[in-house]
Design a protein around this ligand. Structure first.
Ligand code: ADP
Ligand code: MG
Length: 287
């Protein structure tokens, strides 16, 4: 049987945007010392808009860079893909056909367009895999991807997302409660730093792969932290499972919601604060 205080607080929590799927996670929430936040879709809205794009190869038109990317992104559900496709639509262009499309986990996507090997990849991938590549500076707040044709950088597309209006308040309140906050993202360092600074977070870690998200949670736990993870993506699921308290954003992927013990039904990071305060209040009633 569910103890009355828990039953009551579960009803209360529904009114505060919390779906408690796992009681242990809820009971653990009062012990949280450190919260790790995914960036895209968690602290930000997760809707990318193309802010600029250009060619980095003589003889290649700027529009071709966008269209080669769009050819691959038609098969992707990544928010970057959605951003690129809506730009193509707004410009009333049409992308060519692509085949053999494969995701490069946490780094991009590859495929064949008109007999050429095309990739749309992160700056990290270019730095690791391509020698003497033409690159460009990443501006603050930008998510930048390179379009690569036959292993040479052909151009870039810069996109911007918006920080959720409630994120700053959530981070500030957590800080007042002496809970450490870390931003964790597969995105580049420049954007990770600008978002974490804008929100006054303690720490940021960029260019991480899904399994590295999980490792980071483990490391914090080994350092004696009691860790919550907040995320929305399929790539956050391993970290959500590892955390002492797993918190999924309601608008995120089903996999994240299934894995987490708590779901923020209104997708409002501020409700993380409610969770911790509720956890403490409920505990006080039980003892
Ligand atoms: P996040 O932690 O922000 O959810 P991901 O692990 O999904 O990040 O992606 C990390 C990076 O890999 C992106 O910022 C981007 O550079 C690249 N990437 C991933 N998927 C795609 C895609 N479909 N198209 C272009 N780039 C991608
Ligand atoms: Mg995300």
């Amino acid at each position: 049987a569910v103890p009355l205080v828990i039953a009551k607080s579960t009803a209360l929590s529904a009114r505060h945007g919390l779906l408690i799927k796992n009681r242990t996670d809820f009971e653990n929430s009062r012990r949280i010392t450190s919260i790790v936040f995914d960036k895209t879709g968690t602290l930000t809205v997760g809707r990318f808009e193309v802010v600029r794009f250009d060619t980095l190869q003589a003889g290649l038109e700027k529009e071709q860079v966008l269209l080669l990317a769009a050819a691959l992104e038609g098969s992707s559900e990544h928010p970057i893909a959605t951003g690129i496709l809506s730009k193509v639509k707004a410009l009333q262009l049409a992308a060519p056909a692509a085949e053999s499309i494969t995701a490069i986990t946490g780094k991009g996507i590859s495929g064949k367009v008109n007999g050429k090997e095309v990739m749309v990849v992160s700056p990290g991938y270019v730095a690791e895999q391509l020698r003497d590549a033409n690159t460009t500076d990443i501006q603050a707040g930008e998510t930048l991807v390179y379009v690569v044709v036959n292993n040479a950088v052909a151009g870039f597309i810069a996109l911007a997302d918006q920080i959720r209006p409630e994120s700053a308040g959530a981070i500030a309140t957590l800080k007042e409660n002496r809970i450490k906050t870390t931003l964790l993202t597969g995105d580049n360092r420049v954007v990770a730093e600008s978002v974490s600074k804008a929100l006054g977070m303690d720490n940021f870690i960029a260019e991480v792969l899904p399994h590295q998200k999980l490792d980071k949670i483990k490391t914090l736990q080994q350092q004696g932290e009691f860790v919550a993870m907040t995320g929305d993506g399929i790539n956050d699921a391993p970290a959500l499972a590892q955390a002492d308290v797993g918190i999924a954003i309601g608008s995120g992927s089903d996999v994240a919601a299934e894995t987490a013990g708590i779901v923020l039904v209104n997708s409002n990071p501020q409700d993380v604060v409610n969770l911790i305060l509720f956890g403490k209040a409920t505990w006080r009633k039980m003892i």
